[in-house]
Structures are given as C-alpha cells and as structure tokens.
Ligand binder design. Structure first.
Ligand SMILES: Cc1ncc(COP(=O)(O)O)c(C=O)c1O
Length: 389
C-alpha cells in the first residue's frame, strides 16, 4: 500500500509554542509556568448563572445568527462607544468570533490574496504570523526600537506594492509595551495614505499600569474605512475557555467576513454568547478590580528581573501581563527554556516564537500568578538564569 505523502502549507508554519512548552511542563511536575498568557481569575458569577439558565432554552442548542446574537452585538456596540470612542454607525460592521485569534484569521482572509504581505512589528504575537502564512501571505517583519516601541520610519520603508495591512497590538503581547496615541495615529494615517488596512488588536485594552493609557485607532477621525479593530473577552473577563471575541470592520468587508465565518464557525457558540452579554453588563470594573494585584505582581517581577542586570535587560512593560527579557548571552533560547524547566522547574517562552532571532530573549507571563506564587516563580527564574549564565 502506498503511504499518503504530500507537502502542506502548514510545513512553513511554526508549531504552537504554548503546547510545546506545556508538554515539557508536564514532564516535570511542580513546574511553575510563566509561559501561557492567561489571567488568574474566571468569569463573573453573573455570567455563569445566566449560562446555567440558558441550558433550558431550546434556542441555545440550535444555529443562530452568523454574525452573533443581536443582544451581544448591541452590548458590544455600547461598549465600543463608551470605552473606545468607536461609533458603530453606517459603514461599520461587528462580527462575534470564537476568540480574538479567529477574528484575526477572518481579517487576513478577507483582505488578502496569496502572495500579499502584512507588516508585523517584531516581536509579534506568534498566532498572527501563523495566520498570515496559512493564508499564503508573507509576514513582513519590521523591527521595533530598544523599548519595543514602533519604529515609524522602518514601517514606512517596509510598505511594498503587495502590502495589505499593518498590524499593531497595544498593549502588546509579548512585550507589555503600550504604544502612545501619536504612534498609533501615524500608523493609521500611513494606512490611509497608502491604501492599507490598520489591524488593531486590543485584547489587553484594560491592562495598563501607571500613566500608560490604551487608545483605539478606530476612534481617530477618518479611520473607519481602513481600520479593523479586534477584541476578546478571554483576558478581560477570564473567559478564555468560552471562546468569545469580536471584530469591527468597514462594511466593504462584510461579505468576505460572512463567508469565512459561515465556513469555519457557522455561528458563535450560543451559550457562550449568552454568558458574554452578562459579563459585559458587569462591565470593565470586573477586570479593573484585578489591576492593583496585577500591578503589584508586575512590580515584583520587574524589580527581580532588573536585579539580574547586566546579565539581562528588561525594557519597560506598562501593559498586558508580560515582559520580554533579553538575556545577554550567546545561547539558543529554546534549549535554555528547556533547561529552565528541567533543571529549575520554571517555564518561559523563547523569543524565537515571537520572531526574534538575533539574541536570547524570553517572554515572561505573570497574569496567572498569585502573590503567593510570584516570589517562588520569579525566584526560580532568577536563580535559573544566573546558574545557566
Ligand atoms: C495579542 C493577542 N491577540 C489575541 C489573542 C487571542 O485570544 P483569544 O483567541 O482567546 O481571544 C491573544 C491571546 O493570548 C493575544 O495575546
């Protein structure tokens, strides 16, 4: 019998790094994970209660509107107006997706054809590069500066006739950088001038510390026709397992997005949407209540890691729940991440997964830590880096 053998587009796509690190963690019981980007809290109790009640409703168990339930879309529109200054008026559409990752895939499939390129500032969120490659496009990697802020000149110079979009993620995964309004305005204006889309991933919008403020490019004057805003309940409402995200886009893309949605999801999970409406009614205060604790944990993480200078460099990280650590050694970061797990029982994600290939970098995620585990987790990382350094 002949074995099935062929090439697939997936060969060029990196393996899901969180699962790779997760497999290693399982081999070393007791490992503290600073790997996955999750929060330590779950959904608001009110959301769980309505989900319980929805089990008895026959509508929960059937296909519903493809773009999302009218109740959830109304709640999202209200939130966009209140928190983001985005008016979903004539000219814009909203689609609910199974998480923010799916919204990004929808956007890329809707705006590109194979052979196009999409500008990604490096370090990037790995699933963004993976989605671009799966669509038969090229991720056009553009460096950021030494504080992981956007380099506008580099972005400008990277635009080619095949460029379809510029992606920004603020607050950023993996760096924790928050981009100032002016930088986002310049990216948005560049997109307008060059006929590109600005894809703005805002899943960490509520997670800012100190003086840093989140701003939505979709709220800028004249931005609406070329701006796609992505969001998710995964982080803000501890909703990762419920898989609810959403996107706001110019209506010129509505048909294309409806085609992708119908093919891959048909409609968003109905029970998760019911829970999402209740969570959004509780509002961002639910998430903001967690911020003082996260800010304390971040302070501990940053000061412990900075104690490693000059072995390590840690630029400011004023948002999300990550920092992106440079280890000033000529080492293979994947190999070092493996040794940190096996020899020091602490997990971080190597920078290569985020497109950084010119040095030894790691993403440190602290959203899942409690005050009790932070000292132990960071202590292991600091000791491990010293020992391996
Ligand atoms: C920048 C960014 N966008 C999107 C997502 C997707 O989250 P979800 O698909 O759970 O909404 C994540 C998750 O880590 C993220 O970091």
């Amino acid at each position: 019998m002949q074995s099935v053998k062929f090439h697939s587009r997936m060969e060029a796509v990196q393996s899901p790094i969180v699962q790779v690190i997760g497999d290693l963690i399982r081999q070393v019981p007791g490992t503290i994970s600073l790997g996955q980007g999750v929060v330590h809290y779950g959904p608001p109790p009110a959301a769980l209660e309505v989900a319980r009640q929805a089990l008895a409703d026959p509508d929960t168990h059937t296909y519903q509107d493809g773009a999302g339930s009218p109740a959830l879309i109304t709640a999202i529109e209200r939130k966009l107006r209140r928190d983001n200054g985005i008016e979903v008026a004539a000219g814009s559409g909203v689609t609910v997706t199974a998480g923010g990752n799916m919204a990004f895939v929808h956007a890329i499939l809707a705006i590109t054809e194979p052979g196009d390129d999409v500008i990604l500032p490096v370090p990037f969120y790995f699933n963004h590069e993976m989605a671009i490659q799966m669509a038969g496009c090229t991720a056009n990697r553009v460096p950021t500066d030494d504080r992981y802020q956007l380099d506008l000149d580099a972005i400008r110079q990277a635009v080619t006739p095949r460029t379809r979009a510029i992606v920004t993620v603020s607050p950023n995964n993996p760096t924790g950088a928050v981009y100032p309004e002016q930088a986002l305005r310049e990216v948005n204006r560049l997109c307008q001038e060059r006929g590109l889309y600005h894809i703005s991933d805002e899943v960490y919008e509520y997670f800012t510390y100190g003086a840093a403020r989140h701003v939505s490019p979709g709220s800028f004057d004249g931005a609406q026709p070329h701006t796609i805003s992505l969001n998710s309940l995964s982080k803000a409402y501890g909703f990762a397992g419920w898989r609810i995200g959403y996107m706001v886009y110019p209506t010129a893309l509505a048909d294309a997005i409806a085609k992708v949605q119908d093919t891959v999801l048909v409609c968003p999970p109905v029970i998760a949407q019911v829970a999402a409406v209740a969570a959004m009614n509780v509002g961002p205060a639910y998430c903001r209540r967690q911020l003082p604790l996260l800010a304390d944990i971040r302070d501990i993480v940053m000061s412990e890691l900075r104690s490693l200078e000059p072995l390590c460099t840690v630029p400011p990280a004023d948002g999300a729940f990550y920092c992106f650590l440079r280890v000033n050694l000529d080492r293979d970061p994947m190999r070092m991440a493996e040794r940190l797990i096996r020899e020091h029982r602490v997990a971080v994600v190597p920078g290569t997964a985020f497109g950084v290939t010119d040095g030894c970098y790691f993403r440190v995620a602290y959203g899942a830590l409690q005050k009790e585990t932070v000292a132990e987790g960071i202590g292991r990382l600091v000791n491990g880096l010293r020992a391996l350094g």
